[in-house]
Design a protein around this ligand. Structure first.
Ligand code: GRF
Length: 205
């Protein structure tokens, strides 16, 4: 039998998606994956407490301790290589990744974004949707490339925008969808059901 897919989650904030993933793994909903590391650029972030409670090892670094983005990414790559990480899962990691990480992990880094890409990329995807006045927004899980939220789309799910939605009420419904969609995406990836062909992603569910 194939060994479990070894996953590193990168996060900078509250970590509710990290929690959804650890819960899904603990409950046997992603049987072919193992969470082997949390990487964070914010040693004080709530996600670190979540990792400690879940028994997931943490690599926390402060970007200002390094000369450049390449320098801390090189250290991250060394840690990931040591732990034989197969898949990087960005879950609210508020930094761009460079070729230092992208090249060795090409096609093996995914991100979750709170809109239906290519609408509303970048920060504040939820606020952008409210301000634009769209009736439908949603959640996208995509592969990461060198652009800002531009990589091939793996899964998407729509969320309706209600007339009286505020950024907070819409964000709450989007988060609830994220917590279902991300574990599902990681299950598909860990079971080898995802085929990447240029910009097209084919899924065998
Ligand atoms: C999520 O909304 C995700 O789409 C975006 O960052 C947020 C992270 O939230 N990339 P959390 O830290 O997982 O609660």
């Amino acid at each position: 039998m194939k060994r479990p897919t070894r996953v590193a989650v990168f996060a900078s904030g509250s970590g509710s998606n990290f929690q959804a993933l650890t819960d899904a793994v603990a409950e046997g909903r992603i049987p072919a994956a193992q969470l082997v590391l949390l990487v964070t650029d914010k040693p004080q972030a709530a996600v670190v407490d979540r990792a400690e409670r879940a028994g997931v090892p943490v690599f926390a670094f402060r970007p200002r301790d390094y000369a450049s983005r390449e320098a801390y990414e090189a250290e991250i790559v060394a840690r990931l290589t040591e732990l034989e990480v197969d898949l990087i899962v960005l879950a609210g990691y508020m930094r761009l990744v460079t070729s230092t990480l992208l090249t060795p992990f090409a096609g093996r880094i995914v991100n979750i974004h709170p809109s239906l890409l290519p609408s509303f990329p970048g920060v504040d995807g939820v606020r952008q949707a409210i301000e634009y006045g769209v009736k439908v927004t949603g959640v996208t899980v995509h592969f990461v490339d060198a652009g800002l939220d531009t990589g091939p789309v793996l899964l998407q799910r729509a969320v309706e925008v209600l007339d009286d939605d505020t950024e907070e009420t819409l964000a709450a419904r989007i988060h609830a969808v994220e917590h279902e969609l991300y574990p599902e995406a990681i299950r598909l990836l860990s079971e080898g059901r995802v085929e990447l062909d240029g910009r097209k992603v084919r899924l065998r569910k």
